[in-house]
Every structure is written in structure tokens, then in C-alpha cells.
Write a protein that binds this ligand. Structure first.
Ligand code: SF4
Ligand code: SF4
Ligand code: SF4
Length: 276
């Protein structure tokens, strides 16, 4: 199977959030009451972050201008990296690449260690306390296997989302970047061609990578490194406690012998030996 990709063009996105809804609907992800789970920001950002049952959000990034603001939209979900930190970090092989380049989590294999949560440079995988497993976008494998677009793509009313052969999506994105530059958006950039070996969610950042909240030149394993070590810290602590316990059990019946100084030799010896 050829490598495929989702292409998101921020310059065509109206932030209608249809894709957010379609993702929830197709993947049967319930929506909690906003007041219950999310902070109310008085802005248009809702939900404000990814969650075990929210695999896609459209971010609203506001940039102050002399007059008014610019709204820089960005699609936040899994990037389906070629060099996927989550896959490398998983100790039980629960995360794998499909032939088309997408990255999926096997819920049957996941042990809830959260190494993937700590290692993803974009903060994508979300741990669910109830199931003790992590969740993220799976690029609608059930749909793409049947030669249908992912649910988010198929619902987008403006053509801001497209899906297809990765090389074709890159060509469309490159052409759009040049077009935007011609329209005066000099900082327009393509994201996803080379990052982390090549992403399978490609972006057109109308006002530049940083303006849309993307990480320039992301690195594997630099984010939240100490969180990654936390489970190891837990293991070390458990081993220490266990070791102390074993020492206690072994020492419980032990009594130290009374010792005296042997005047003849100048050495400490057991008192009973001197008495003999
Ligand atoms: S459905 Fe399309 S236009 Fe609407 S928020 Fe999603 S990407 Fe943007
Ligand atoms: S974006 Fe994060 S969760 Fe998605 S494939 Fe890359 S490392 Fe894994
Ligand atoms: S590809 Fe499917 S699972 Fe991923 S964000 Fe789109 S609708 Fe959700």
C-alpha cells in the first residue's frame, strides 16, 4: 500500500469544528459536559485540549495586530510520524505503523505505562484512568481500509482537509504555500515533509510554523524526559522497599553476641569464648 497522508491547509480552515464532531461521531467518542471536564476560557477554544475521548481539536491562536487580531487556526491531533517516539518508547509493542504510514495503539496490548505519553513531542497520546490504556487518532483505519477518507476529512466543508497519496498531498501543500506567498503571506510554510522522518499529517501554516503553534524541528525524546523516567523511579523505589523488607525478615531472629576485649591478644572476642 502506498504511503498516505492527511493534508490540513490552515488558510482554508474556518474553524467550524465539523472535523472535531465527525471524529467523535465516527469513532463513538462521547462528549463530556464542557463545564465538567474543561476550564471555561471565555474564548472559542473548546475543548481546550486533547483527551482520551477527544482525538482531534482545532486550536485558536490569537495574534494581536495594530487593529484587531489575526486568528491562526491549527489542527491538533496525531501527526503519524515516521520516526514515532511513542512507538519506540512502548515497552510491549502496543504501538505500530500500518503499511500506509499511520501509527496505531493496540488496546489489547497497552499496559498503561504512559511511556508514549511522556515521549511524544506533541503531547498527543492520552491516558485513560478507567481503562488504564492510552488513546489517540488512528487515522480512521476502518475507513481508509475501505478506500474511504478519514471521517474528519470527509466532513470538511471548505477543502481545508484532504487525504490521499502522501506524495500528492505534499505537492498540493507546496503549491498552496507558493500561492499564499504570492498573495502576500510571506511566512507561509509547509510542515511535515522532513520533520521526524516525515509526518503523515501535513500542514500548510499560513503565517509560519510558530504562529500556528507548531514546533520547529521537533526532536524525539526531548519533551518531558523526566516523566519518562518516573515509572523507572517507581520501580527503583519498589526495589528499595522490597530490599528493606527482605533485610528485616532476615534480621528478625538475629541477636548480636556479647563481645569482650581479650587482654592476651588485644582483640575483640565473643564473651562466651573468654569464659570457657
Ligand atoms: S471541518 Fe474543515 S474548516 Fe471546519 S474546522 Fe475542520 S478543518 Fe477547519
Ligand atoms: S505525533 Fe506523537 S503519538 Fe503521534 S505518531 Fe508522532 S510521536 Fe506518536
Ligand atoms: S483521522 Fe479519524 S480518528 Fe483521526 S482525527 Fe480524523 S476522524 Fe478522528
Amino acid at each position: 500500500m502506498a504511503e498516505t497522508a492527511i493534508m490540513y491547509d490552515s488558510s482554508k480552515c474556518t474553524a467550524c469544528k465539523g472535523c472535531q464532531v465527525a471524529c467523535k461521531q465516527w469513532n463513538q467518542l462521547s462528549s463530556p459536559m464542557t463545564n465538567d471536564e474543561y476550564l471555561y476560557t471565555k474564548g472559542f477554544q473548546a475543548p481546550i485540549r486533547l483527551a482520551p475521548k477527544t482525538w482531534l481539536i482545532i486550536n485558536f491562536i490569537e495574534e494581536d495586530k495594530k487593529v484587531g487580531i489575526d486568528w491562526n487556526f491549527m489542527r491538533k491531533s496525531c501527526f503519524h510520524c515516521t520516526d514515532a517516539a511513542c512507538e519506540t518508547a512502548c515497552p510491549v509493542g502496543a504501538i505500530s505503523h500500518k503499511d500506509n504510514g499511520s501509527v496505531v495503539i493496540d488496546q489489547e496490548k497497552c499496559i498503561g505505562c504512559r511511556y508514549c505519553v511522556a515521549s511524544c513531542p506533541f503531547g498527543v497520546p492520552q491516558w485513560n484512568e478507567t481503562t488504564n490504556t492510552t488513546f489517540k487518532c488512528w487515522q480512521c483505519q476502518d475507513r481508509t481500509a475501505a478506500e474511504r477518507s478519514p471521517a474528519c476529512v470527509s466532513t470538511c466543508p471548505t477543502g481545508a482537509l484532504q487525504f490521499g497519496d502522501r506524495a500528492d498531498m505534499l505537492a498540493v501543500a507546496r503549491e498552496r504555500v507558493e500561492e499564499l506567498k504570492g498573495l502576500g503571506f510571506n511566512k507561509a510554510e509547509l510542515y511535515g515533509d522532513k520533520e521526524l522522518g516525515g509526518l503523515h499529517t501535513i500542514m500548510v501554516a499560513q503565517r509560519g510554523i510558530e504562529a500556528h503553534g507548531l514546533i520547529r524541528d521537533p526532536k524525539v525524546g526531548t519533551t518531558d524526559f523526566w516523566q519518562l523516567l518516573k515509572p523507572l523511579g517507581g520501580i527503583a523505589a519498589a526495589a528499595t522497599v522490597g530490599g528493606l523488607g527482605i533485610s528485616y525478615i532476615m534480621a528478625r531472629g538475629y541477636k548480636r553476641d556479647a563481645m569482650v576485649l581479650d587482654d592476651a591478644t588485644g582483640q575483640l572476642v565473643k564473651a562466651e569464648e573468654v569464659e570457657k
